[in-house]
Design a binder for this molecule. Structure first.
Ligand SMILES: OC[C@H]1O[C@@H](O[C@H]2[C@H](O)[C@@H](O)[C@H](O[C@H]3[C@H](O)[C@@H](O)[C@H](O)O[C@@H]3CO)O[C@@H]2CO)[C@H](O)[C@@H](O)[C@@H]1O
Length: 729
């Protein structure tokens, strides 16, 4: 269980004071279901079919729409992307992408991000926001849509998705967690089968969805791919088996856009709403009149249709959307002060990877050289590429349906120039990626800051030959050569990386004059401001990597599937693979430097964990006792350096080996971010729930706490465990 933290908590709590409280607890649904049942009794069969069928692609104000049902005052329902903002909005913000939010490891900042996005959605009359997206989980370091989620670990994804949903729904908006499930790559996503074993499904891919259901998420979006041979949107095992029965999901399942394949298969196997209701040409419609015929012919039961409608109406009532919800206006001006959260997430997600001789923070240099096209704003305009489908100028997010329009964009050059003016620093700028002029740009500068990028996105857009997933982990635009050229001309090179995911840094690290690497991730509209905050030491960097940076792509031990994917790596993705294979990463999962130092001391462990299987009633998310605390670990963190900073203390658990099938060496099971003044101490508290100390037993189909000794490691990264202890179950 994650621990609550002090960094940003106050800001978050103050800003949420006016928000509605999020629906919580299993009882939250009871009242909603009573209302839904009363409304259902007033509906004709045609009304019911209308509630479950989108009106067709581009036939309404939102990316997804269902018709108004006046007899129960049910509105034209508006479903809109996405995970970081209101797609196609003009008076909205472009929130920081989820991968950057994951990189902050700051629970309250992430919750606030959700609440602010929810407030913007509600202000636009959007009933259903299509996010968050903890699927893909990130098993492929080059997966095109990984940046839409929070990082390559189910626990981190689960915590971040949960608090995002709680934030969104506290604003009165229905949240949709997606893409369900095992949609890990863009290549062939609409034809392939993800063949996943039962244990990996539970311990990796289903985990964040279970946490989302536990947070009472209103909707789940089924994905394009097949799962173990049948389409995700008509897959009885995953929709009825896992989601509705095992996890006790009370909301509704909507299709990804055009992910439905058959009328009856989808209806009879657990899908509840079809989106957008037609294909992109408006020709093929699988529900609507077809569903009516199927019900009239008894191919789909009336009970099943009622169940779909009841789930959709219950979610609408759960969020209180039956009372005074704003009219739909995607163009409403709803930005408020939300850019403060966007800057904070962009800044606190920056990971300092290298800082030789304390070159950072900058101390009023006389002259700075800025090198690279990513230093400046896209010269064609900040929103010139549809769904951000280009990598031109400074990078703020990946591309695809999970993007939104930027209301403004502060590029690194804009923010550094403003700071330089007040410091009296001279700036020379090269806003191209050509190596020819680097020497002259850099000449006479105290430091040269080189900007490099890597981009990816959704497969319906191709950017510079990339069809969504990246073909390699190299920087784009000749980034290695650009850094080399700068390092030949300057003794003090700082590399700033804006990237959707890992880049292989070996060429860059081979340049002795590269003194610092600032992993600035995907900072959205506050790109430059966030960077200046860190470069100049207005804050100490406090982000930690939400994925592993390997020394080569082959070190990840995984390749995109060209046909079906048998998920042969099982549980061993990202750091779990590096640990098992004994491969030293370049920068490990959870790594990040600071301008100060933290020392770890005084670990305490108390446990009531007893070996055995989970039991008890099913609540949203699974059996009730899975969410009960069975062990508590505390550690003292001291800021032993000279400046204020925030540390993300991480807890990794090692299960007993005897009697348990092969399990990763260690797995993240808790984290706490503590903001500490120089000399100050704080306590990181990790509450481990039954689920956190269990494995999925495929034989008994249950979570089991194994008998034996559990290893507990607490530290600054997955490979820097400063305190160790154990407990026995
Ligand atoms: O937006 C809702 C969900 O849609 C999926 O992405 C789709 C995206 O929204 C849509 O704009 C895009 O449409 C293009 C279509 O694929 C292409 O064939 C046609 O030529 O052009 C269309 C317009 O650009 O299709 C996307 C799916 O392929 C997302 O997966 C999901 O996450 C969104 O929430």
């Amino acid at each position: 269980m994650y621990a609550r933290l002090s960094a940003s908590a106050l800001l978050g709590l103050l800003s949420l004071a006016n928000a509605q409280s999020a629906p919580s607890g299993p009882e939250a649904w009871d009242d909603a279901y009573d209302k839904a049942n009363a409304a259902l009794a007033k509906l004709s069969q045609q009304d019911k079919v209308n509630i479950v069928t989108g009106v067709g692609w581009e036939k309404g104000p939102c990316v997804g729409n269902t018709p108004r049902i006046s007899s129960i005052n049910y509105p034209q329902l508006c479903l809109q992307d996405g995970p970081l903002g209101i797609r196609f909005g003009t008076g909205t913000n472009a929130f920081t992408p989820a991968i950057q939010a994951g990189s902050t490891w700051d629970v309250e900042l992430i919750r606030q991000r959700g609440a602010y996005l929810g407030a913007e959605a509600k202000g636009c009359g959007v009933h259903v926001i299509l996010g968050p997206a903890p699927g893909p989980l990130g098993k492929h370091p080059n997966g095109g849509r990984n940046w839409e989620g929070f990082g390559a670990d189910p626990y981190l994804q689960g915590v971040a998705a949960s608090v995002t949903i709680e934030g969104l729904q506290s604003a009165g908006v229905q949240s949709t967690v997606k893409h369900f499930i095992a949609n890990e790559q863009e290549q062939n996503r609409e034809t392939m089968s993800s063949n996943v074993d039962d244990r990996s499904m539970h311990e990796l891919y289903l985990w964040p969805f279970a946490e989302a259901v536990h947070s009472n998420v209103a909707a789940v979006m089924c994905s394009y791919n097949k799962v173990n041979g049948s389409w995700a949107c008509e897959n009885d095992k995953i929709l009825n088996g896992y989601l509705k029965n095992e996890l006790g999901f009370k909301g509704y399942v909507m299709s990804d856009w055009n992910a439905q394949h058959t009328t009856n298969g989808a209806a009879n196997n657990g899908m509840d709403m079809t989106m957008p209701g037609s294909d992109y040409n408006g020709r093929t419609v699988l529900w609507g009149p077809q569903l009516t015929s199927a019900v009239n012919n008894n191919q789909v039961s009336k009970n099943r249709l009622d169940d779909m409608v009841r789930r959709i109406l219950a979610s609408w009532y759960l969020l209180g959307q039956d009372k005074g919800y704003p009219n739909i206006n995607i163009k409403a001006n709803v930005q408020s002060n939300h850019k403060e959260n966007i800057r904070a997430v962009a800044r606190d997600g920056i990971v300092l990877l290298k800082n030789d001789n304390g070159i950072l923070p900058l101390q009023k240099p006389k002259k700075i050289a800025l090198v690279g096209s990513a230093a400046v704003v896209n010269p064609k305009g900040i929103n010139s590429c549809v769904d951000r489908g280009c990598n031109t100028g400074a990078l703020g997010m990946g591309w695809g349906s999970g993007t939104t329009e930027y209301p403004y964009f502060v590029a690194p050059y804009d923010a550094i120039r403003a700071r330089a003016q007040s410091d009296g620093t001279q700036i020379s700028l090269q806003d191209s990626d050509s190596t020819n002029n680097v020497q002259s740009t850099v000449q006479g500068a105290d430091v040269a800051i080189v900007f490099i990028t890597a981009d990816s996105g959704e497969g319906y857009i191709k950017v510079e030959g990339v069809n969504g997933d990246r073909p390699n982990l190299d920087p784009w635009h000749n980034g290695n050569d650009l850094v080399k050229a700068a390092a030949q001309a300057s003794k003090n090179v700082i590399v700033v990386v804006h990237s959707v995911g890992p880049i292989v840094l070996e060429t860059i690290l081979a340049q002795p004059n590269v003194k610092a690497i600032v992993w600035a991730g995907l900072p959205s509209q506050e790109n430059g401001n966030a960077l200046v905050d860190v470069l100049y030491g207005l804050v100490s960097p406090s982000g930690k990597l939400p994925y592993t940076i390997g020394k080569s792509m082959s070190d990840y031990g995984i390749q995109l599937a060209s046909g079906n994917d048998d998920f042969k790596e099982g549980l061993f993705i990202d750091y779990r693979h590096f640990d098992k294979a004994g491969i030293a990463p370049r920068y490990e999962f959870g790594f990040g430097l600071s301008y100060t130092n933290f020392t770890y001391s005084d670990i305490t462990i108390t446990s009531t964990a007893k070996a055995g299987a989970a039991s008890g009633a099913t609540v949203p998310g699974g059996r009730a006792d899975l969410f009960e605390t069975v062990a508590t670990v505390t550690a003292t963190i001291t800021n032993s350096g000279g400046v204020e900073g925030a540390e993300v203390a991480q807890l990794y658990l090692t299960l007993p080996t005897s009697g348990v099938p092969e399990t990763p060496t260690r797995q993240l099971r808790g984290f706490a971010k503590l903001k500490l003044a120089p000399g100050a101490k704080g306590t990181a508290t990790f509450n481990l729930r039954r689920k956190d100390v269990s494995y999925w037993d495929t034989r008994t189909q249950n979570w089991v706490i194994p008998a034996g000794v559990f290893g507990v490691g607490v530290g600054a990264s997955s490979r820097d465990l400063r305190l160790n202890g154990s407990f026995t179950a």
